[in-house]
Design a binder for this molecule. Sequence first.
Ligand code: NAI
Ligand code: MG
Length: 344
Amino acid sequence: AEKKTYNIAVIPGDGIGKEITPEAQAVLEKATEGVAEFNYTDFDLGAERYLSDGTILPDEDLELIKKQDAILLGAVGDPRVKAGILERGLLLKLRFALDQYINLRPSKLYKGVTSPLANPGDIDFVVVREGTEGLYCGAGGAVRRNTPNEVATEVSINTWFGAERVARYAFQLAMKRKKHVTLVHKKNVLTNAGDMWQRVVDKVAQEFPEVEHDYLHVDAATIFIVTDPSRFDVILTDNLFGDILTDEAGAVVGGVGYSASGNINASNEYPSMFEPIHGSAPDIAGKGIANPTAAILSTAMLLRHLGFDEQAERIDAAVQADILEKGSTQRTTHEVGQDILARL
Ligand code: NAI
Ligand code: MG
């Protein structure tokens, strides 16, 4: 049979991003052996590049990235670069330019991982966070900067179109899971956006009669994520609430080292991007001790997105077995990578 070829952009980025990405790439390569041909193009983007020549994301790189089938990203951010420059100029720019309107963040408590919760129960939910609107799209501005009369605004942009496409994705995902969607917002206070989100969800829900849906205010959701996390299946929410809830969710499943994410363009007009949810960890960068598990799990998400469900399952199973057997032992980044590779 003819093997299909896929082009993958690899952006290791900064700090531990450079250490975990090769381990993830090795797993991706191994899992797809004999099934498909993966060609990798490395992009030198991030703090080093910015500090050496001032570029963040050149147009020619963006155009090249647009032509790839998917993107594997490590992490960006460096204490030598002012906060926001790389996060907005590289990470958010990619999410917006590639219209990655679904930010998908699964939270699963793997057997063998210690949760900070005394009675965590069976945690296995997915946050479907809107990725291109809300408070993150840069609407707003500042006047009279650095004067006592300074004014600063950030405007939350919510469109029916934007909420509807992410809601439909959440319901489709729920159909493959436990058939339960929880909309999280703050509609008692943010009445304009919250009311629209609720009406969007009620309308989309009619297309999915088998899926139950309910609603929680975001403040209540933060409580339930620690008191009763097993109640959740699919959480649907906006950009800012999703950012905050997924960090909390990452913590209850034992830390950011186990949490992967996908920035998905579900219409496949542009490539989707897969990355661990953690950052560049400057405190441990260069020591070779970062946990590559989240980066490896993000390759499983990448494969699932490209339709390689079986290969994705194999990576998930290898990671689960590795955590169960060796999760509590001290290992280097490369040792964890090799151990998971050996199981494949
Ligand atoms: P961080 O996630 O980089 O680190 C938080 C803590 O978790 C640190 O103690 C770190 O050592 C630990 N940690 C993170 N990943 C780990 C791993 N794989 N294995 C073992 N320990 C791990 O968050 P922080 O410190 O707030 O941010 C550092 C930089 O990363 C900043 O410049 C920030 O803007 C950026 N950042 C980038 C993200 C991205 O590229 N998507 C996401 C979050 C932060
Ligand atoms: Mg975050």
